[in-house]
Design a protein around this ligand. Structure first.
Ligand SMILES: Nc1ncnc2c1ncn2[C@@H]1O[C@H](COP(=O)(O)OP(=O)(O)OP(=O)(O)O)[C@@H](O)[C@H]1O
Ligand SMILES: [Mg+2]
Length: 266
């Protein structure tokens, strides 16, 4: 599944404008400096894994990138936009272009998978109400069905979400996110609270969107084996800094464990 990028894809991603570039990104909470001025850039069409000890600031970084938490300092350029300069209305519109997958997916349990996915269009469209499946324009419904096909759940479209397994629910959440037609996906431990096999399927699905559809992905995972199998590049956060930046093909379980041991000792 994790076929390396072709030389051509590597060359074109090296030339392309980064999908994300941050400079001097800092975040302080009262009495605690979490991000100490980060600099990094991500080439488009790649999967980047973000690792680090508990409390090292991974989720804070992800949230700062789309200003769900306001950074204390620094610049963020994502999808060609100066994110920190966006006024509220444009910020909301910009967020719709970024697909976010959380550990907890917040689906509406009593609605069908299809209805939940249709809700994803709300982030993108204003105007006609699309809450209720029967009111959804046919095109929206077709696109939602197509998103369920992409996550391998076409046959569960009309089933209530609360009767699906945890892994299937996470895939519905990914389908809902795909309704936003995102070019860049941020995922905060999408494989947590799933059994190993199901977590692997979810990670594999996300990497498939990168490989087959050219999306870009920044994913936090606690599982070293997932980090190694489902990414092109690994960034490690420690002491508020990017302390590790490695092509995944040059990484192994031992080098990642060493990073964690070192981060713990610091
Ligand atoms: N809203 C907040 N107010 C104050 N401190 C916060 C807030 N959010 C996070 N923190 C602190 O910032 C630090 C980083 O938290 P963060 O959740 O980003 O870590 P993480 O790397 O995602 O951890 P985990 O692996 O446990 O998910 C922690 O010390 C946390 O307590
Ligand atoms: Mg976290």
């Amino acid at each position: 599944m994790n076929a390396p990028l072709s030389p051509r894809a590597l060359a074109s991603s090296a030339l392309a404008e980064p999908v994300l570039a941050v400079a001097g990104l800092a975040k302080d909470f009262p009495g605690r400096k979490v991000l100490g001025g980060l600099d990094f850039a991500l080439a488009p069409g790649q999967a980047t894994a973000l690792i680090g000890a508990n409390g090292s600031g991974k989720s804070t970084l992800l949230r700062c990138l789309v200003r769900l938490i306001e950074p204390s300092a620094g610049e963020i350029r994502m999808l060609g936009r100066d994110v920190r300069a966006l006024p509220p209305r444009l910020l909301r519109r910009f967020r719709a272009e970024v697909g976010i997958v959380w550990q907890r997916h917040n689906l509406v349990p009593r609605l069908s998978a299809l209805s939940n996915v249709i809700h994803g269009v709300q982030a993108r469209m204003s105007g006609p109400r699309v809450w209720v499946q029967s009111l959804a324009p046919a095109a929206v419904r077709d696109e939602a069905m197509e998103c369920l096909v992409r996550v391998g759940l076409a046959d569960r479209a009309l089933v209530r979400v609360d009767s699906l397994s945890g892994g299937q629910q996470q895939r519905v959440a990914i389908a809902r996110m795909l309704m936003q037609r995102p070019a860049f996906i941020l995922a905060d431990e999408p494989d947590a609270s799933l059994d190993p096999q199901t977590g692997e399927e979810v990670m594999s699905l996300l990497l498939g969107l990168v490989r087959q559809e050219g999306l870009s992905l920044l994913v936090i995972s606690h599982r070293l084996e997932h980090t190694l199998r489902f990414s092109d590049r690994i960034l490690g956060l420690a002491d508020g800094q990017i302390a590790l930046d490695l092509a995944t093909r040059d990484a192994n379980a031992a080098s990642l464990r060493q990073f964690f041991d070192h981060a713990d000792a610091a």
